[in-house]
Design a protein. Structure first.
Length: 104
């Protein structure tokens, strides 16, 4: 299994290879018609490809765009801790702390 078929806790499985081999450009409707029943699994559940991409009206130039849309559209259950970021103090910054200062 390629690493790109398991990104951010989302498992594409066989669908990843199908998307790679599909002829592009392709509309969301065309992709859903071809692969709508494939399950996309993540830690707290799964959804079909149709449930994720069905509401879209986009045209994709290649599989990377489809993957990006999947990552954007999956249910919030695919996300670990919501609103969590390990990229700094953010809103929980201590009073008086320099916002440009980084802790190592």
């Amino acid at each position: 299994m390629a690493d790109e078929d398991r990104e951010m806790g989302v498992e594409l499985g066989e669908l990843g290879e199908k998307l790679d081999n599909h002829d592009y450009p392709a509309t969301a409707d065309e992709l859903v018609e071809a692969y709508g029943d494939y399950e996309i699994e993540y830690e707290n559940g799964s959804e079909t490809f149709e449930e994720i991409l069905g509401p879209m009206n986009d045209t994709f130039e290649g599989p990377d765009g489809v993957r990006q849309s999947i990552m954007t559209m999956v249910d919030s259950g695919a996300v670990g801790r919501q609103r969590y970021s390990d990229r700094g103090a953010g809103a929980e910054q201590s009073e008086g702390q320099d916002p440009d200062q980084e802790s190592f």
